[in-house]
Every structure is written in C-alpha cells, then in structure tokens.
Design a protein around this ligand. Structure first.
Ligand code: OGA
Ligand code: MN
Length: 198
C-alpha cells in the first residue's frame, strides 16, 4: 500500500458513496497560477479551438450543444506548471489503482475557455464508439467568481441537482459514464482545465 493520503482517501470515499467529489486543495496555488497564465497565453496566441462533441479522433462540432474553446495539454510539456499538474494526476491515478483497482492506464486533459454567453448543454462524458473514460476531472481557474458570472456546473443526480460554482482552485471528480451534467451559460469569461482518467 502507498502511504495513506487523506485528500485522496476523501476522494475515494465520496466517489464510492455518491459517484462524485468536490476538492478544494488538490493543486497548490502556485501551480494553478502557472496554469492560468498558460491558458491566458493560449487564448492570446489563438491556440484555443472550438471544442467538439466526438472524441479526439471523431471531431464533430455542434455549437447548439457546446460553445467553449479548448487546447489539449501535452503530457511531455516542458512548462513547469504543466509538468507539476501531470505528475499530480499520475500520482492520483497510481493511488486509485493501488487502493481501488481502478485500472487507470491513461489520461487526457485540456484547457477550456467559455467566453461570455457560452455553455455546454446536459450531456454525459462518454462516446458511443469509445468507453475508455472512467473519471472526469475538472479544475476551475476563476479568481473572484461571483454569482452573477454564471457558468455553474450542474450535476444531475437521481433525486437532486447539485450546483457547483466554478471557483478558483476547486476540483470536481465524477464517474464519467454515470453523471449527466451541464455548464450553465457563462456571463463572463470562464476558465478551467478538464480531463479524463481512462
Ligand atoms: C466537459 C464538461 C464541465 C465544466 O468539458 O465535458 O462537462 O464545468 N465541463 O467545465
Ligand atoms: Mn462533460
């Protein structure tokens, strides 16, 4: 067994209980700041591209369903913050595999930017032709988020809707094939990193 990690243990307990978890302190502020800067650079240099609704190999665009822009993170990036992000994800995946036999063998992450007026309608994070996504992981990079900014994540549970404000440093993890979810229209630029453990 690896050394017990209380943050990871809370993730495991929550997911076993209710298929999702919300974590406030998965990444250090310095990493988050570096990632936010990279995302802002990607926006400036026009690297962000309209997101699709198929997987990476079957790219379909439908702006009635989602209107955010994304840029995939290179897991072999030379950027320090991206390296730290990737090693944290590696570390979490290894912990889940050792303690819960989750069989995670891969992951993919992208930056996402929802500009004012954009959204992602209710959906599930799995494709008809690809069931490899096990866990969805989203981290928000919005400092000073306010209610009037909108862009909340809604998780559609069996008997209730969980509404999650996209606040700075908050990470959501949920079972990709189980939880339908939606990004409500954002009334200001909304920044995040989203990915999947596969
Ligand atoms: C997605 C998604 C949710 C969010 O990219 O598939 O559902 O809160 N994102 O950004
Ligand atoms: Mn989704």
């Amino acid at each position: 067994m690896p050394d017990m990690n209380p943050v990871y243990e809370k993730i495991i307990e929550d997911i076993a209980d209710r298929d999702y978890t919300v974590i406030e302190n998965l990444f250090d502020d310095a990493i988050l700041r570096g990632l936010k800067n990279r995302l802002l650079q990607n926006i400036k240099s026009e690297k962000m591209k309209a997101a699709g609704i198929g997987n990476r190999n079957h790219h379909l665009q439908d702006h009635a369903i989602r209107s955010d822009k994304i840029h995939w993170i290179d897991r072999y990036s030379e950027n320090q913050s991206e390296q730290q992000f990737v090693s944290k994800i590696d570390n979490l995946s290894a912990y889940l595999n050792k303690t819960c036999f989750t069989g995670i063998t891969d992951f993919e992450f992208h930056y996402a930017c929802f500009e004012k007026g954009t959204f992602y309608k209710r959906h599930i994070d799995r494709f008809k032709n690809d069931n490899s996504r096990k866990f969805s992981v989203i981290t928000y990079l919005n400092e000073r988020w306010k209610k009037e900014h909108g862009g909340e994540l809604v998780l559609y549970m069996e008997n209730e809707e969980i509404i999650i404000p996209p606040e700075w440093g908050k990470t959501i993890i949920f079972r990709s094939h189980l939880i339908e979810h939606e990004v409500l229209p954002s009334h200001t630029r909304r920044l995040s990193i989203t990915g999947w453990l596969k």
